[in-house]
Design a protein around this ligand. Structure first.
Ligand SMILES: O=P(O)(O)OC[C@H]1O[C@H](OP(=O)(O)OP(=O)(O)O)[C@H](O)[C@@H]1O
Ligand SMILES: O=c1cc[nH]c(=O)[nH]1
Ligand SMILES: [Mg+2]
Length: 209
C-alpha cells in the first residue's frame, strides 16, 4: 500500500496487544498509549530532513546534523487523540499543538465538529494529526480536510488501530497524506467499532464508561 505504513516494530506490536485487553484500566491504558505514540513518532519521523550545523564540542569543532528549519505541529482529534500528544512531544518538544474537536454521531456515524484551534502559522508547519482509532475514516478525513482548507500542505496521520474501511477512505480522499498505522484490524461491526479493536479509545483513556 503506497503511502501507508503499518508498524512492524516488536515493541509497538507488544504494547498494542497489551492495551487491547478489557482488563487494562484507564491509568495503564493512558500510559501505554503515550508510549506507543512516542514509538510511532520515531518511526514516522524517519524521513525528516537534516541540515549541517557547525558546533564546538569541549574537544574540537565539528560539523553535526540538526533537523532542517521545518517547523512541526501535533494536532490531536479530540478527545481520544489527546492521549497521544505527550508521547509525540517527548520526541519533538518544539512542536506546537493544535486541537480539532470532532465526535462521531452514534446514529449516523458522521463526524460532528465542535472545536478548532490551531497554531497561527500552521500552514507553514509539518503537521502530525493523531487519533488512536481510524474506523470508517470519517473523523480523520474531515479533520485533514479542515487543515487543508486552512492551507496546511504537509500532513501525516498517525493512528494506533485502523480498519480497512478507514484506510480505503483516507487513500481515496487524501492520497497525499502518509498514514502510519500501529495495527491493521479485520473489519467494522454493525456499530462501526473496529473488530477486534480495543473498544472506545476515548472512554478508555478518560474513564468515561
Ligand atoms: O473513523 P471514524 O468512524 O470517524 O471513527 C473514529 C473516531 O471515533 C472516535 O472518536 P469518538 O467519536 O468516540 O470521540 P471521543 O474521542 O470524544 O471519544 C475515535 O477517537 C475517532 O476520532
Ligand atoms: O472501534 C472504535 C471505533 C471508533 N472509535 C473508537 O474509539 N473505537
Ligand atoms: Mg469515543
Amino acid at each position: 500500500m503506497p503511502n501507508v505504513q503499518i508498524m512492524d516494530h516488536p515493541l509497538i506490536q507488544h504494547k498494542i496487544n497489551y492495551i487491547r485487553s478489557e482488563d487494562v484500566g484507564s491509568k495503564e491504558f493512558r500510559e501505554i498509549v503515550s508510549e506507543i505514540a512516542s514509538l510511532m513518532c520515531y518511526e514516522a519521523s524517519r524521513d525528516l530532513k537534516l541540515t549541517d550545523v557547525k558546533i564546538k564540542t569541549p574537544i574540537c569543532e565539528m560539523t553535526g546534523k540538526k533537523l532542517s528549519g521545518k517547523k512541526m505541529a501535533v494536532v490531536p482529534i479530540l478527545r481520544a487523540g489527546l492521549g497521544m500528544v505527550d508521547g509525540i512531544l517527548k520526541m519533538i518538544p518544539a512542536a506546537k499543538v493544535g486541537h480539532i474537536g470532532l465526535y462521531r454521531d452514534p446514529k449516523t456515524f458522521q463526524p460532528v465538529e465542535y472545536y478548532c484551534k490551531l497554531p497561527a502559522d500552521c500552514s507553514e508547519r509539518e503537521v502530525f494529526v493523531v487519533d488512536p482509532m481510524l474506523a470508517t475514516g470519517g473523523s480523520s478525513a474531515a479533520a485533514i480536510q479542515l487543515l487543508k482548507d486552512k492551507g496546511v500542505k504537509h500532513i501525516r496521520f498517525l493512528c494506533i488501530i485502523a480498519a480497512p474501511e478507514g484506510v480505503e477512505l483516507m487513500k481515496a480522499e487524501h492520497p497525499d497524506v502518509a498514514l502510519y498505522i500501529g495495527a491493521l484490524d479485520d473489519h467494522l461491526n454493525e456499530h462501526k467499532y473496529i473488530v477486534p479493536g480495543l473498544g472506545d479509545a476515548g472512554d478508555r483513556i478518560f474513564g468515561t464508561k
